[in-house]
Design a protein around this ligand. Structure first.
Ligand SMILES: [Zn+2]
Length: 318
């Protein structure tokens, strides 16, 4: 298997569903498995271990859902050609084609990357990290990348996505595709328009430090993630000017905005700093752009609440 064949296998994991529903289960499982490979751990792991680890990842980085079912990606990632369960023949399925969890346990099912995939990734660290960054870029906002990498135990070292030498890889196809992904995820005109609309201040805390006459640590955040698609994703109304800290807190679901543009802090956020950076802004309106057309779009806010923040206080209707 060549590096570019491997790239396209991982790039074709089907995960986004209609209407922007997030299903990052497969990418998270793939990242977890690649992490094991890069740490030189065993290729296969028993179901209970995979389920435990994946459940933790889904709680942190998956959409806020009442039910978390690690058995689904564990079983269905097989179809994407990047996952193997040697005991699969003995596992029984439900009518809808899912594995019976009891059967997975009883048969001692183990899962992991197929041997040929595992071999290539272990020998070719650059390709492995290319795939890791493509998975992150395709499914998660940049603000979450470091946290996900550390959760799956991948140390990218100095081979950072921004310093990979694409010229060396010309012709293989993978480098170019990867570069396109990076380009697509950063739209400078979107950033400028959003920061201008918010007069270069954090919409939550008004942070507006400037250095050499330019704003620092101020980002144009997407409300509905760029990766979630949608025609209006690069409109100012899908953006928020946020300081680096509020950007990360927003993408992680530590707060969201009500339809009246007030801050709603997550009851699950805890620890020192919660009052200072979240609670004191709670129920207070954010700073809004001058043009009402640029106000945060209600459909985007609803998406953020449903796919990132989680169950919301009653009476909030977008
Ligand atoms: Zn801020």
């Amino acid at each position: 298997m060549t590096p570019s064949e491997l790239q396209s296998l991982f790039a074709s994991l089907k995960v986004w569903h209609g209407n922007g529903w997030r299903a990052p289960h497969k990418p998270l499982l793939a990242l977890w498995a690649i992490g094991r490979c890069l740490r030189h751990e065993a290729r296969l792991a028993p179901y209970h271990e995979v389920a435990h680890e994946l459940e933790g990842l889904l709680r942190r980085f998956g959409p806020p859902r009442k039910r978390i079912s690690p058995d689904l990606p564990f079983w269905h990632l097989q179809r994407d050609g990047v996952w193997e369960i040697p005991e699969a023949d003995r596992v029984t399925e439900t009518k809808s084609g899912h594995a019976h969890v009891t059967s997975l346990r009883r048969e001692g099912a183990r899962g992991g990357l197929p041997a040929d995939v595992f071999q290539v990734l272990r020998q070719d660290r650059v390709t492995a990290l290319d795939i890791v960054h493509s998975l992150l870029d395709s499914h998660f906002p940049v603000t979450l990348h470091d946290d996900i990498l550390s959760a799956v135990g991948i140390n990218t070292g100095h081979v950072d996505s921004d310093v990979l030498n694409f010229d060396d890889r010309e012709g293989s196809g993978t480098g170019q595709d990867f570069e396109q992904v990076r380009r697509r995820s950063r739209d400078p005109s979107f950033s400028k328009k959003v920061l201008d609309a918010y007069r270069e201040q954090c919409a939550v805390c008004s942070f507006s430090v400037r250095l050499h006459d330019a704003p620092v640590a101020l980002d144009a955040a997407h409300i509905k993630w760029h990766r979630a698609g949608g025609r209006d994703r690069d409109k100012v109304s899908n953006g928020l000017s946020l300081c680096a800290l509020h950007h990360r807190l927003f993408d992680a679901g530590a707060f969201t905005l009500s339809p009246k543009y007030t801050v709603i802090a997550s009851s699950e956020a805890a620890g020192s700093g919660r009052n200072q950076f979240l609670e004191q802004f709670s129920r207070r309106p954010i700073l809004l752009p001058e043009r009402t057309d640029d106000y945060p779009d209600h459909r985007s806010l609803k998406w953020h609440q449903r796919e990132v923040f989680g169950p919301i206080v009653e009476g909030v209707d977008y």
